[in-house]
Design a protein around this ligand. Structure first.
Ligand SMILES: Cc1cc2nc3c(=O)[nH]c(=O)nc-3n(C[C@H](O)[C@H](O)[C@H](O)COP(=O)(O)OP(=O)(O)OC[C@H]3O[C@@H](n4cnc5c(N)ncnc54)[C@H](O)[C@@H]3O)c2cc1C
Length: 494
């Protein structure tokens, strides 16, 4: 145990990965401080209110939360599983992929998905059977995705083949490719660059079960923050870390903008790795490691939009709109181009009791170009272009949802610059570093060359709520030992 400003571990960043890590370490008996620069915990789990309507900044749904499934297991270990209020999205079609000439409803369960694929693409029977079987095989081997199996650190699930290559090898039709590749927008990697296991895991986790967090994604952040405090943790909000001291290859203390420093035996950074790098003294790390972190490719960002409708408007499923069965067109989104703004090739939409929200892909460079050389927040051109884009999006949405009162609805939006400012996600990337084939040979690891400095979050391992949770568990395993933690989870949960 420690004195007021000294802890066993300081966790920097209270997004999902920081919250989960802090709870695990506190449950393991450590004295933990969780420090967050914003006034509320959650990072990308943040919900916000406009005109008395609640919106979710990023997270619209989560997967694998039915009893016995992956996320449920970790939430049960942390004792929050039955305090979280969830609404299951329609089991007969939690996601609807809307293509120009047909639509596809994604049902709950791998077998139901297989049947739906066979019905939609009868010409692809062999390809579908092979795809489903390989997905099951790979997902069964992912260690932390199957915590009860305790396959510590196994890496035999990693597939050195891209989703695009695999579908080409199966001879999949354009329709099957469109359907199977639609959820790549849950991690923003073009199928030709997407490691097969990443796609399998994300798709599989939502096929297990798909849930909306009732009352908004902030509920999950608040619940984890409450649990952390119950476990004896110290939550320090409005604590913006400015720097981390490193002496003799040992991280010793963190400095804040407006508060006294805190010391710790270990420091865990639950933020974008490049943001961590900027907190360290210039010579703390070898130039090769620094370069590896700072020059990595970030994934695309998002243009998110939020419309207030009457509360009777509600959807029990999400809708992905594509303007072509070739869903990869969304990776060269026309919204990227500037100055002209055209209809994006893909939209994601979710609607929860009058809160209609969604996103399309957007590059950081476009958002910067909207500023026209001025600083973000001070550029009238940025705000003008943003308003113009909102109005054009409303027109497009009205074409798609013809009977909904879209044109009259107040609208707000966020660009990669908004996300960057709020969570320090570099270049406003939605899902951290690009999780592509290139990254396989050069993964970001939880351990850094500084012995007591660790990393977690969506750039380490996997993105999304499930991915960032697995990342947090992985890092905690590295800090306190695989057997210690996984045996504890197995004993507590089963
Ligand atoms: C538009 C959009 C839609 C998405 N939809 C979904 C979805 O439906 N389902 C899903 O599962 N995932 C979704 N995701 C992905 C998901 O939101 C992320 O993968 C996940 O929330 C990332 O969590 P994290 O803990 O890694 O990072 P973050 O949430 O970014 O947390 C990092 C935290 O660190 C804090 N921080 C940064 N710098 C400092 C500092 N110097 N000092 C103190 N604190 C600091 C930040 O303020 C932040 O709170 C979506 C993402 C986006 C952008």
């Amino acid at each position: 145990m420690s004195s007021t400003n000294t802890f066993d571990t300081i966790v920097i960043g209270a997004g999902i990965s920081g919250l989960i890590s802090a709870c695990i370490l506190a449950k393991q008996g450590q004295s933990v401080a969780l420090v967050e620069k914003n006034a509320i915990p959650g990072g990308m789990l943040q919900s916000f209110t406009r005109n008395q309507q609640r919106f979710d900044s990023s997270v619209h749904y989560i997967g694998a939360m039915a009893p016995g499934q992956t996320l449920w297991t970790y939430f049960r270990y942390l004792d929050i599983h039955d305090r979280l209020s969830l609404q299951e999205l329609a089991p007969t079609g939690f996601d609807v992929y809307q293509f120009p000439t047909f639509s596809f409803r994604v049902p709950r369960g791998v077998e139901a998905y297989r049947q739906a694929l066979l019905q939609a693409c009868p010409q692809d029977t062999d390809a579908i059977e092979a795809f489903i079987q390989r997905m099951q095989d790979v997902c069964r081997r992912i260690p932390l995705y199957n915590p009860h199996e305790q396959r510590q650190g196994a890496r035999d699930y990693i597939q050195e083949e891209s989703l695009g290559q695999y579908l080409a090898q199966l001879g999949a039709s354009a329709e099957l490719r469109g359907i199977v590749c639609a959820p790549t927008y849950l991690y923003n990697v073009h199928p030709s660059q997407c490691p097969l296991h990443l796609h399998f895991l994300v798709l599989h986790s939502f096929l297990q079960s798909a849930w909306r967090i009732e009352g908004g994604s902030q509920q999950l952040a608040d619940l984890l923050a409450t649990r952390f405090k119950e476990l004896g943790g110290t939550l320090l909000l409005r604590h913006h870390v400015q720097s981390i001291d490193v002496e003799k290859r040992h991280a010793t203390q963190v400095h804040f903008k407006e508060h006294p420093p805190c010391k710790a035996t270990s420091i865990l950074c639950a933020l974008h790795p490049a943001a961590m790098m900027r907190l360290l003294p210039p010579k703390a790390l070898r130039p090769s490691y620094k370069e590896r972190i700072l020059t990595r490719k970030n994934g695309l960002g998002a243009f998110s939009f939020f419309l207030k409708l009457p509360p009777t408007y509600d959807l029990d499923h999400n809708i992905y709109f594509f303007d072509d069965v070739d869903v990869t067109r969304g990776y060269s989104p026309r919204l990227h181009r500037t100055p002209e703004i055209e209809r994006p090739s893909m939209f994601f939409l979710a609607c929860d009791r009058g809160s209609l929200q969604g996103f399309t892909t957007m590059s950081y460079d476009t958002a910067v170009a909207w500023c026209g050389g001025q600083e973000y927040g001070r550029s009238p051109q940025y705000h003008r272009t943003k308003k113009q884009t909102e109005e054009q999006l409303k027109t497009h949405l009205q074409d798609l949802l013809t009977t909904w009162p879209i044109q009259d609805a107040p609208i707000w939006s966020a660009t990669p610059l908004t996300y960057e400012r709020y969570t320090a996600t570099q270049q406003g990337t939605s899902y951290g570093y690009q999780h592509d084939m290139e990254s396989l040979s050069n993964p970001v690891m939880p351990k850094t060359p500084i012995k007591n400095l660790f990393l977690t979050g969506q750039s380490v391992l996997l993105p999304g709520v499930v991915g960032a949770t697995l990342s947090a568990v992985l890092t905690c395993c590295q800090m306190i030992g695989w057997s210690t933690l996984l045996e504890d989870i197995t004993r507590d949960v089963w």
